[in-house]
Design a protein around this ligand. Structure first.
Ligand code: DUC
Ligand code: ZN
Ligand code: ZN
Length: 472
């Protein structure tokens, strides 16, 4: 079995940053050593990490590779999307397998396995979207938890006629999850009220991309978040994870629930920390279609309100436990054009899987987050929340040797010209960030080094997951 010693770096974990050497044997970490003490060890390779952070590979628990949505399909395949993830220091993704109304859950899961198997550059797991909650899908939840390594289910309070579940269906799925231990992930927006606002806007002739955001007000995210929390309580304390939180008011509901000790958790995404309704969704002003690049749901929020500041605070206080990406890319030149003249037809989603680690590290540089919290929100907690710890999310003897060597003095410039996602634009075009991914190991194998891809399609394996390890 090949042995690699990573020397000279600073190991960053949830508890701090300590000069440590890391010994890898085969696919696993086997020892943490005081700096320099492995000089006599027989190893096949020494990686000099002097001046760099050494951190557990990123875990992005919210991606949609090649998902059919909005009349088209997300433009990254498992192959292109996981390779891009690797370049950005993410070594595990958890993607959403999709069951639509009328489909058999197990068959939908199998179809997702077929898309991913043999195509991934990094390891991957699945959550299951339940687009149809009925007797069969409720039963399937038990079997997926017990036998398939799927321990989380996403429901939608938005998108009536597509993925939407009503409150009765949500309650029933939550009751099932209370019994089998699964996590319910919630897209919390009041979809039926939003649909009314959308129809009214279109009838007025308000068709620009900015109306995508204006018809999805923060109050309707907060209302749905509150309702999800109440339903989880009524269902007996179901573990609840609110996805893509964008609004201060929604965060406030989550924080309140957490003060009662409820097992309520939440994530946000980089777009909500940096991009705004006015400057991005409203880019170019009236008549411009540029903002379509930034149409995602939940939407970007107003820069005149304290959403981004509150979200950074939520990350510091753990009311937001995770930063994921909701990676769901659609190309501007064809796919996003579906919504020209009608914002409601713009395929919803941004492509960000490659840049999450860098964008959140920039928060460390800017003083919004500690170094430890960067690792915690981007790697360790997502692994724990979704039943993959300590195999993922930590550098410790026995864990998978998923390791990122990160140069805090490097620079990353984001551009569609240089990124690796299958996407013809970037939501962060031209952004210059402090810090850069230097080397990435996935299960002991170097898959990225100084901008060179050394991995291979099919290296990534399915990760069966257990129940959440982050419950209170
Ligand atoms: N939101 C998005 O922006 N894209 C995919 C699905 C979702 O909920
Ligand atoms: Zn969603
Ligand atoms: Zn999503």
């Amino acid at each position: 079995m090949s042995r690699t010693l990573i020397t000279g770096g600073t190991l960053v974990s949830t508890t701090g940053a300590v000069a440590t050497d890391v010994l890898v044997e085969g696919e696993s970490v086997v020892a943490l050593l005081a700096p320099g003490t492995g000089a006599e060890l027989a190893v096949d390779e020494r990686i000099d990490a002097t001046g760099c952070y050494v951190l557990p590979g990123g875990v992005d628990v919210h991606t949609h590779m090649q998902m059919p949505f909005g009349g088209t399909e997300a433009s990254d395949t498992f192959e292109t999307g996981t390779r891009a993830a690797a370049f950005g220091g993410t070594t595990t993704i958890v993607d959403f397998a999709v069951q639509r109304t009328g489909e058999v859950v197990e068959a939908s899961l199998e179809a997702w396995h077929e898309k991913a198997a043999g195509n991934c550059a990094v390891d991957y797991g699945f959550h299951m979207i339940l687009g149809g909650v009925d007797e069969d899908s409720l039963k399937a939840m038990d079997s997926l938890v017990a036998h398939e390594g799927i321990s989380s289910f996403k429901l939608f309070m938005a998108y009536p006629g597509v993925f939407y579940s009503d409150d009765g269906q949500i309650l029933r799925a939550m009751q099932r999850a209370t019994d089998n231990g699964a996590m319910i992930m919630m897209h919390a927006e009041n979809g039926t009220a939003i649909d009314v606002l959308v129809q009214q806007a279109l009838a007025r002739g308000d068709t620009d991309p900015v109306f995508h955001g204006l018809t999805r007000p923060a109050a309707l995210e907060a209302e749905a978040t509150n309702r999800a929390i109440a339903l989880a309580e009524v269902a007996g304390g179901t573990p609840l994870y609110v996805v893509h939180v964008s609004a201060s008011q929604a965060l406030e509901r989550i924080a309140t629930a957490r003060t009662t000790g409820a097992n309520v958790f939440a994530e946000t995404c980089p777009q909500y920390l940096y991009l705004t309704l006015e400057d991005h969704l409203g880019a170019g002003g009236p008549g411009s279609f540029e903002g379509a690049k930034y149409a995602c749901s939940t939407p970007l929020r107003s820069k005149h309100e304290p959403h981004a500041k509150d979200l950074w605070r939520g990350l510091r206080t753990d009311d937001l436990a995770v930063v994921s990406t909701d990676h769901c890319p659609f190309c501007f030149n064809d796919q996003k054009q579906l919504g020209r003249g009608d914002f409601s037809r713009i395929p919803n989603g941004l492509g960000l899987v490659e840049h999450r680690m860098d964008l959140v590290h920039q928060g460390v540089v800017d003083g919004n987050l500690s170094l430890q919290r960067w690792v915690e929100t981007c790697s360790t907690t997502p692994a724990r929340l979704f039943g993959m710890y300590p195999r993922k999310g930590t550098i410790a003897p026995g864990s998978d040797a998923d390791v990122v060597i990160y140069d805090p003095a490097g620079t990353t410039t984001i551009s569609a010209q240089t990124h690796h996602m299958n996407l013809d634009h970037s939501a962060f075009e031209g952004a210059r960030l402090t810090g850069s991914v230097r080397t990435v190991l996935s299960r002991g194998r170097t898959i990225v080094d100084r901008g060179q891809y050394l991995g291979s399609t099919g290296h990534g394996r399915f990760v069966p997951r257990g129940l959440s390890q982050y419950l209170r």
